[in-house]
Design a protein around this ligand. Sequence first.
Ligand SMILES: O=C(O)CCC(=O)C(=O)O
Length: 291
Amino acid sequence: MDSFPSSDPMRSVTQAEVSSFASDGVVHLPDIVKKDWIELLDSSLEKMLNDPKMFADLTALSNDLNETQDLLALKENEMKSGRFLSGIDHWKEDKNFAAFAKVSPLPSIVAKLMNSKRVYLYEDSVLIKEPGTTEETAFHQDLGYFHLTGESICTVWAPLDDVDSETGSVVYLRSSHKNKKVFKPNWFVANEPLPDTKGKYLPNIEIDDKKLDLLRFDTKPGDLVVHHALTLHGAGANSSATRQRRAVSVRYCGDDSTYKIRSGAPKKPHHENIRTGDPVVDHPDCPLVWG
Ligand SMILES: O=C(O)CCC(=O)C(=O)O
């Protein structure tokens, strides 16, 4: 039997943090998860990185989407820059990722922030920006990618390295979740929407727009940043020559969530048997992890 670190957080979520999540659509929770959990993810990630099938190279995708870049500049860029790598649903293959998503302190923290009796695991993602990655994460909203609707849907972003503006901290438009609009999901490294998607076009937001109320946090392993699925967010490039920036996002939904099949959004095999309006219930591909 595998034994994992405690499911208890290092400290309680405060009432002020619950209020910040509700009003800002995002909250930074410093020193809340034991480093042992992060070390488990670290060791799994190390192994996964040896297998190129585990991750999509978003730097290559960005180069494909950016038709204006000429070939010479592209070659130069490829030689100098690091890659933005992304993977999804590692919890289905890897026991450490599964434990982090299901039995770490995350489900109880999310239940408290969303004021939800039940919490279901929707998916996880890995987001790596190697030193010298020039790609920014384009501003987007998570809900447009999810076949879900409801108030209690969120993402927990867990850094595996110290992250700051130099290495690509995530930037959130304060209170943007209150707008309630669902925007078309984009390619993540370009503002262009995914084909066949419905909804409004995303506003064009620059990561350093001083006129907007943008929130960013310096974070370290053991911290979490939790954002509402309607909150607009993006992230900077990793301009450090030596520091990597790795993070794991885990996405959850709660009590009032129902399925909503969104045209053009990526589907998982179990979504084929689901119809809009079906309630989210415990399922091997969307398991109940709290309540
Ligand atoms: O880490 C990043 O670059 C972006 C993270 C993000 O957008 C997310 O997890 O929803």
